[in-house]
Design a protein around this ligand. Structure first.
Ligand SMILES: *[C@@H]1O[C@H](CO)[C@@H](O)[C@H](O)[C@H]1NC(C)=O
Ligand SMILES: *[C@@H]1O[C@H](CO)[C@@H](O)[C@H](O)[C@H]1NC(C)=O
Ligand SMILES: *[C@@H]1O[C@H](CO)[C@@H](O)[C@H](O)[C@H]1NC(C)=O
Ligand SMILES: *[C@@H]1O[C@H](CO)[C@@H](O)[C@H](O)[C@H]1NC(C)=O
Ligand SMILES: *[C@@H]1O[C@H](CO)[C@@H](O)[C@H](O)[C@H]1NC(C)=O
Ligand SMILES: *[C@@H]1O[C@H](CO)[C@@H](O)[C@H](O)[C@H]1NC(C)=O
Ligand SMILES: [Zn+2]
Length: 423
């Protein structure tokens, strides 16, 4: 009896303990399960990730030396992408501005190659090139972007060939101006121009991207260039990894007047998490990142917002958002700020898919237009690496095509005269 009574008291205690624990956890569990529900239903498509840059810097692009499933040297691996509910990732093929006018095109090809290899050699990933492919993928869908117009060396044929390799987005500049578009940064002295933020050739690049169905990315472009592109582009554009200037006044961020133009254009701003861009300091947390979402929603609405965290593109991410497994912490914060499931579904993936689909629609409308044969003028791109493939070895005195047939004729006359003299 005594033993029975003791057991029953212990049972009651255990029941009480479990009930109390459950009720204490209830709030947390309810919130967490909502986050997980939403993210399972709407896996994230992130607009910008620089893992490929890390692959070059630390592993010389040798995938055989890189364990992609679990790798603490980088912020992005398959284990953490899965934990972060990432269903799609735009991977940047980025090469340093110091390669401009040198071997930027080769280096870009190598970055595209390593992204293609990564996304086709791992069964958890899938290389996609269309909005539909991205929507339907049950894996981590990879889309390739180029970060910086210096990658095309001012050549529309090069741009078209990058498209053929699967590139579907290009940032017009990185931290360097190109001969045709202006960077938000003045760190590099190349191609400083006054009042010419998008040249005629720059407009031709935008036209050709519209025709091809490539997303024009204005992150890293100067505000003047962004304004000019927003005015010129037929298709919606994106800022793939930029935040709100009103919250942190860094020139990489987007001021409210540009946000309003972006809304008119039907485009998307994908918020960057890098501490220096969200908090204007190295000290940041989830809360300040959520402030950017609240602000942009207030100015242009939740339908124009996405996420482009910039993992592996910078050092120093907010506490609680250190790597690609941490996206749920942000969604949880936005839920606590009363963001609805519909708004979050858009932020997580539907807004990007809508914009990408619209860019494809513009491409379909332009099917009757031929590839552009616009060339940049030689005076705009003159550099010692550029070889003109028109008789580069002929001496100046005989450099015209029309003169060439004269040479044998002259020689013949010379020999006839010589022969006559010798007689
Ligand atoms: C890279 O991989 C090769 C072949 O698997 C191996 O011999 C080499 O030690 C590795 N190097 C590093 C730095 O891991
Ligand atoms: C991932 O790698 C770390 C060491 O870098 C290790 O401690 C951890 O157990 C690994 N996790 C998995 C799931 O393999
Ligand atoms: C800048 O260029 C535009 C058109 O190209 C012109 O209308 C404007 O007057 C120029 N502004 C200045 C300050 O030169
Ligand atoms: C985030 O940081 C701000 C100051 O930058 C602070 O006021 C706030 O309490 C922090 N929030 C959390 C959840 O840590
Ligand atoms: C969220 O909504 C609740 C209930 O309507 C309200 O009490 C609360 O103040 C709201 N929180 C925020 C951050 O707007
Ligand atoms: C290109 O640059 C070289 C050396 O700076 C110069 O001699 C040449 O005239 C330039 N050509 C053009 C077309 O600008
Ligand atoms: Zn960047």
């Amino acid at each position: 009896m005594l033993i029975y009574k003791e057991a029953s008291i212990r049972g009651a205690w255990i029941r009480w303990f479990i009930c109390t624990l459950l009720s204490l956890l209830h709030g947390v569990i309810a919130e967490t399960s909502t986050t997980l529900d939403i993210m399972t239903k709407y896996p994230l498509i992130d607009g910008h990730n620089d893992l490929a840059l890390r692959l070059r810097m630390h592993f010389k692009n040798k995938l055989s030396n890189f364990s992609i499933h679990n790798n603490s040297n980088v912020a992005t691996d398959i284990r953490r992408l899965t934990a972060g509910h990432v269903g799609g990732q735009v991977f940047a093929a980025y090469v340093l501005c110091t390669a401009q006018d040198k071997d930027a095109v080769r280096l870009t090809l190598e970055q595209i190659d390593v992204i293609r290899r990564m996304c086709t050699e791992n069964p958890e990933m899938e290389l996609v090139t269309t909005a539909e492919g991205m929507r339907n993928s049950a894996k981590i869908a990879c889309l390739i972007s180029i970060e910086g117009g210096h990658s095309i060396d001012s050549s529309l044929p090069a741009l078209r060939m990058f498209y053929q390799l699967g590139v579907r987005s290009m940032a017009l500049t990185h931290n360097c101006n190109t001969p045709w578009a202006e960077s938000s940064s003045s760190f590099y002295p190349n191609y400083q121009r006054k009042n010419n933020s998008l040249t005629d050739f720059g407009k031709a690049v935008v036209n050709e991207m519209n025709r091809l169905g490539m997303l024009v990315d204005l992150s890293h472009s100067s505000w003047e260039t962004a304004r000019a592109v927003l005015k010129h582009s037929t298709a919606p554009v994106i800022f793939s990894h930029s935040s709100a200037y009103a919250i942190c006044n860094n020139v990489r961020n987007v001021p409210d007047d540009l946000l309003l133009l972006l809304k008119e254009n039907g485009g998307l701003i994908m918020v960057n998490f890098y501490s220096s861009f969200v908090a204007c300091s190295y000290n940041a947390n989830v809360s300040i990142v959520a402030d950017h979402f609240d602000h942009i929603k207030r100015v242009i609405g939740a339908k124009s917002i996405g996420i482009g965290a910039d993992y592996d593109g910078a050092q120093g991410f907010p506490k609680g958002l250190e790597d690609v497994s941490k996206y749920p912490a942000l969604i949880e914060e936005l839920i606590s700020r009363n963001w609805t499931e519909e708004e979050l579904a858009g932020v997580l993936r539907l807004n990007f898919l809508r914009v990408f689909r619209k860019v494809e629609k513009v491409r379909d409308d332009f099917l009757h237009i031929s590839p552009s044969e616009v060339e940049i003028s030689l005076s705009e791109v003159n550099n010692s690496c550029r070889v003109m493939l028109i008789h580069p070895v002929l001496p100046k005195s005989s450099h015209r095509n029309g003169n060439a047939p004269l040479m044998p004729v002259k020689a013949l006359i010379y020999f006839i005269l010589l022969w006559i003299q010798l007689q």
